[in-house]
Write a protein that binds this ligand. Structure first.
Ligand SMILES: Cc1cc2nc3c(=O)[nH]c(=O)nc-3n(C[C@H](O)[C@H](O)[C@H](O)COP(=O)(O)OP(=O)(O)OC[C@H]3O[C@@H](n4cnc5c(N)ncnc54)[C@H](O)[C@@H]3O)c2cc1C
Length: 512
């Protein structure tokens, strides 16, 4: 009889957002065939930030079978229709990167080509006339696309949430599906002759053996780096920020259904409205601001919002592990690398890394071809995200500080340079494989950062322009009427948010 090579024991090390996303996805997919343990240290806190997402989070909740409203209620969640960027191109300038479609295809042409022609003709064509998410966000409106009014059916949104409550929610979900949580400090590791990790050893005296280890230990990368010395690719020359200071402030009404990213003298500041409070922070370069300067700048921007926590400083190095999967260790979350949260991609990369792992789920022989393909897929995805982030910096016209002058000098990766050149010459954008951000995201940021094609696409002239103008007018009316009909974003939440919500709804229902 052939021996059974199937994976039977999985250990997730780390109980931050990454660890609990990994545990819940594994419980959902392989929980019936594998035992799953999650180890988290009672002494090492989670990073505690990570509060804005992109629409993939909604798909992830569907994958888990979690009720979205229940989740939102328990994580003090709000809606995110996109990001509003302030002062990036120059001080006083503002643009949107919304989720969701822009107009409609006309004679096979993406609408932005038609829009370039309309602008060239001096027509009154604001982006918000043709993108429902911007139009809703500007008026603090929202409605779920499955509403009974039958409006806003294409609306795309993501969530803002409290990271600590998300970990708590996913923990309850995972434990309900049989994941065993151990509160222990990993103090050592034993390896087999082939270098694979055999056991993690706990300071408390016991140990845990597994076939597959998921390293979610945060920046330290306890297994992937601490034990396996996988190596790190440093992208600081491409994205100069290496520090953040985060602070929570009292909530304010209205709660805006979008994230704000405001450029500052040595970086940028985020503002993420939750139901019960606002998360804010400054991502900056230590070469261009001291910690003291950064925190003073952040506090100076709070307006009348009162801090409810002390400032928390975080150091990091932008980049990625040389390998995301090495031997029998797969790194997820901060253990796998970090690209700053300007486009809220980290949690998404945890989910997509998890999907990729399920697509490449190994057996105990750990086929190198399978691992190599996983690594190539995930590296590709990380590099595309990196390039998209650089786009926000390299196109600035700011020269008011040394920091911004430095951003204008970034030596661009070849792929990004080609993409920018092609857009400037032809207005064309082509989406690559394994790309988180679709063509329209590139359009919104390129346009937002002041890049303009030399001319509009000549194929647009093949359409009957008078008809096209009628279609544009109809789209504009349609969007305006949908926004009028939608309720306010705040109307979805209690005026005074509860401090602790009852047990998750799926726990109240009987288990499936
Ligand atoms: C400033 C900043 C802002 C961010 N904003 C966003 C955002 O808006 N959107 C987004 O998607 N992402 C954001 N991120 C990223 C996001 O915070 C992380 O991707 C996410 O929180 C996952 O973190 P983690 O679970 O990998 O690590 P951590 O939260 O650091 O968790 C590490 C876990 O490992 C455990 N551990 C460590 N060592 C040991 C040990 N020896 N023994 C046992 N357990 C151990 C710890 O106890 C902890 O449970 C941001 C990151 C930063 C730095």
């Amino acid at each position: 009889m052939q021996s059974d090579h199937r994976i039977q024991r999985i250990a997730v090390i780390g109980g931050g957002t990454a660890g609990w996303i990994a545990a819940s996805a594994l419980a959902r997919k392989v929980g019936r065939t594998c035992s799953i343990h999650l180890v988290e240290s009672p002494d090492i806190p989670t990073i505690g930030v990570g509060e804005a997402t992109i629409p993939g989070i909604i798909d992830f909740l569907k994958f888990l079978g979690v009720d979205q409203s229940d989740f939102i209620e328990h994580v003090q969640g709000t809606i995110k229709l996109g990001i509003r960027f302030n002062d990036w191109h120059h001080i006083g300038h503002r643009y949107w990167h919304p989720f969701g479609p822009f107009g409609v295809f006309i004679d096979r042409a993406p609408f932005y080509h038609v829009w370039h022609k309309a602008r060239a003709q001096g027509l009154d064509v604001d982006l918000s006339h043709f993108n429902l998410e911007i139009a809703m966000a500007e008026q603090n409106k929202f409605i779920y696309p499955d509403n009974k009014l039958g409006i806003a059916q294409t609306l795309r949104y993501a969530l803002h949430f409290d990271a600590g409550l998300v970990a708590k929610y996913l923990r309850a979900y995972s434990e309900h599906l049989g994941v065993v949580r151990l509160e222990r400090n990993v103090s050592g590791v034993t390896q087999r002759a082939d270098g694979m990790i055999d056991e993690v050893v706990f300071k408390e005296g016991d140990r845990l053996q597994a076939d597959l280890f998921i390293d979610c230990t945060g920046f330290r990368g306890l297994l992937i780096e601490g034990t396996l010395k996988t190596g790190y690719v440093d992208w600081t020359p491409l994205i100069p920020n290496n520090r953040a200071v985060a602070i929570q402030v009292e909530g304010q009404l209205p709660r805006r259904p979008f994230t704000t990213a405001t450029a500052r003298p040595a970086g940028w500041q985020w503002r993420i409205p939750l139901q019960h409070r606002i998360g804010t922070g400054y991502v900056y370069s230590s070469e261009h601001a001291t910690d003291e300067e950064a925190v003073q700048d952040l506090l100076g921007q709070l307006g009348d919002a009162k801090p409810i926590t002390d400032p928390r400083f975080i150091k990091y190095v932008t980049g990625r592990r040389r390998l995301f999967w090495h031997k029998n260790v797969v790194a997820l979350g901060l253990a796998s690398g970090f690209i700053e949260p300007l486009e809220s991609t980290s949690i998404h990369l945890v989910c997509s890394g998890m999907y990729a792992l399920l697509d490449h789920f190994p057996d105990k022989q750990f086929d190198p071809a399978n691992i190599e393909h996983y690594n190539r897929t995930v590296i590709d995805e990380y590099e595309k995200v990196r390039d998209f982030i650089i786009l926000h910096y390299c196109t600035t016209e700011r020269d008011d500080t040394e920091y911004w002058r430095r951003c204008r000098q970034i030596e661009l990766p070849e792929d990004l340079r080609e993409r920018i050149d092609l857009y400037k010459r032809t207005g064309r954008i082509f989406q690559r494989r394994h790309e988180v951000f679709v063509e329209l995201s590139w359009f919104f940021v390129m346009h937002g950062m002041g890049l303009a094609p030399q001319s509009y696409d000549p194929l647009v002239d093949g359409s009957n322009w008078e008809e096209v103008k009628k279609v544009m007018a109809a789209m504009r009316r349609n969007i305006a009427s949908q926004v009028d009909a939608a309720p306010t974003h705040d109307s979805f939440f209690p005026d005074k948010p509860r401090q602790s919500a009852p047990a998750p709804g799926w726990m109240r229902r009987s288990a499936t």
